[in-house]
Every structure is written in structure tokens, then in C-alpha cells.
Ligand binder design. Sequence first.
Ligand code: GLV
Ligand code: MN
Ligand code: MN
Length: 420
Amino acid sequence: MTTALASLGQSILDRAAALAAHSDMEDGLTCAYLTPAHRRAQAQLVQWMETAGMAVRVDAIGNVIGRYAADPAVAAPKVLMTGSHFDTVRNGGRYDGRLGILLPIAVVGALNAAGIRLPYHFEIVGFAEEEGLRFKTSFLASSVLAGRFDPALLDRADPDGVTMREALAQSGLPGAGSLDALRAAAVDPATLAGFVEVHIEQGPVLLNRDLALGIVTQIAGSSRFQVRVEGLASHAGTTPMDMRRDAAAGAAEMILLVESRCAHVPTLVGTVGQLQVPNGSSNVIPAACVFSMDIRAGEDGIREAAITDIVMGIERIAARRGLTATVERVTPVNNAPCARWLMDQFGAVLRKRGLEAFELPSGAGHDAMMMQRMTDVAMLFVRCGNGGISHNPLETITVEDAQLAAEVFVDFLRHFRPQD
Ligand code: GLV
Ligand code: MN
Ligand code: MN
């Protein structure tokens, strides 16, 4: 086993680099749902899982699911699931999501090489979509697995006007996007012993504390919105400043409201990551402005209170400026607590190695949030270098941290006991 474990860290980093070669853009990593690059990444994961000794299936939404079958001597084994997403944000990092697939694949390869079977089925899921880049969804792939797919999403179009229904119909995936197939892809929660996710921290907490690993306590709930502000197009040179109904100026005031409302409440964060003046011209007062809003907090009540204030504030600003504002709520996901019994099993493994069992909340969203609707979950965070930057090509981890995380994960799997 020791020999098989020796270079897992390096092989995880090498595979992250190889997977990042499948990109929708030339000079960076973008892997949006069901693009040719996404399909190549998916095929690569299938191959790596098979090589590691797993039986692999691809489900109706495109999840790659590998099973490392339980020791045949064990009667009626349950399934312990792990995994994370392989889609990315635009120009993202190569470890976000992918670490949580590549690390367990490397671990299964080592267990298999050493002839070690586990007393439960161990499944790794490469979730096909989490970031929402193409269809403005979130947790699309895990929602299918958790039996919570929203059929209305099939009619949602990408920026080129291709609907999810059309994309799935042409994908070659089982079921070709039929609702029956998407529903049938749900996992029976009774078969599960739990879900654990390894993920790069995507923040500076572990780095600042000089710790390689941390155990997640809970994952902050999030709400996303699309806001459309409408005003009146008119001549930029002739319309007096006090007669304008400028949609972009109104949106600017609304964005500053998001920032100020979220600025001074612990764990509350608000972001406008997309902002457009559709069909704008430099010499025309903007008739419309659209922007996204992403609001998160460690407590659902804090998030909901901020949303109420912000939406009321947007309406006030619009009314004062002679504008109209439409706020469309995209995907609320509530705060997801991790299960103490699973966290304790990670904690015991860390302490046994003389490491601190440091616990921290997650501000980022993860597939574990959706899985938590059907089973108990836990997450192991791995230190993020470069000041903790993520959703950025500068995102990084070290070989040593990847190696340690893999060894800790092996220990966790070998000691894992389902809850009675
Ligand atoms: C996922 O990366 C999210 O937290 O938005
Ligand atoms: Mn992400
Ligand atoms: Mn992620």
C-alpha cells in the first residue's frame, strides 16, 4: 500500500493539468456544460476511472459515476459516495471541483493496486455541471442525482439560443434529455451511507493558519437573481441631465446598494458578476441594463433579510429615477450543515496523524449542498495557494498538500463506518 501511495500528489496535479487541456477557450480554462471540450473531459474521466479499477456509467445529465465494488464477502453493502464537478467558470482554475474527482480516482487506483477492497461500494461522481455558466443553473447535475431536477430548466436557453432540451437531445447521453431518463437517474437515498466531497478551499483561511487541510462545518446558502432595468433611450448630446431615464446609471446605484447592504454583516456577501447594456451605443442613453446578483450568508435568515432590503431598495431607486426594474430569482439554495458523525471520522483520521482537526465553514457553494438534501454529507478542504484565490487561473495547490489529502482520504475510507 505504501508503494502505491507514494506519488499520488504528483499524479493528481498531472491529471488536473491534462484535464485542463480540454477547454472552450485557447488561453485559459473554460469548460461549460456539454460543449465539445466538456465531452472530451467527460470521456477522459471515464477512462481514468476504468483504469483505476472501477465500473463506470454515464447518466442522463452527463455525470460520470465510477463504482469501486465492495468486498464480495460483505452482505448488502451500502454506497459511500464522493465527487465534485468537472465544469468550470469562465477562465477558471483547474482544481475547483476537479480535485474532488481526481483525488479519489487516484486513491482507488492505489487501493486496487494493493488489492484492498472496502466493506462498502465506493462511488466517485464527476458531476457534469455545478457552476451554471451555460444555462444559468446551479447544482444542475447533483439535482438530477438527488431527484430534484426542475423540468422547467429544459426550456432554458444558452446565450446562443440553444435550449437545454436541444443540447441534451444532441448529446448522445442516455435518454437524450427525456424527463423520464432524468428522473430515473436519481439515486435511492436508502442505498447511501453518505456523501463526502474533497474540494480546494477557494479562500485564504487554511493558508493563513498554515494548515494543509480543514473539515467543513456548513456550506453557506445562496440566492441568485437576474435584474432587468428599463429606462428610455435618447440622445446623449441633447437630453438634459435632469430629464434622463438612464437604465445603466440606475443599475449602478443598485449595485452600490448590494455592496453597502452586504458590507458589514458577518458571512453576508453580495456580488454583481455580470452587467450589460444590451444594444448600447456610446452616444445613446441606455434604455436597458441587465445584471446578475449573487447573495450568500452562513445563515438563511441573514440572507433572506438582505434580499428583502435589496429588492425593496431596487424598486425605490427605479421609481425615483423613472425606471422599471424586474427581479427574477434564479436558484435559492439553503445553508447546508455537514453531519457531525462524518466530520468526526475525518477529525479522528487527522488527529491520528498528529494534525489539527481544524473546522471551518464554506462560503463557496458545492455539490455536497444538493446531496445533503438526500443524505448526510461532509467535506475535506485542501489549502488554496496564491493568497487563496479561486475562480481565477491563479488558483493553485501544492503537490505536498495533494499527497497529504490523498493519504488522509485513504485513512478515512479504510476506517469509515456507516452510521448505525
Ligand atoms: C460555485 O463555485 C459557487 O460557489 O458559486
Ligand atoms: Mn466554482
Ligand atoms: Mn467548486
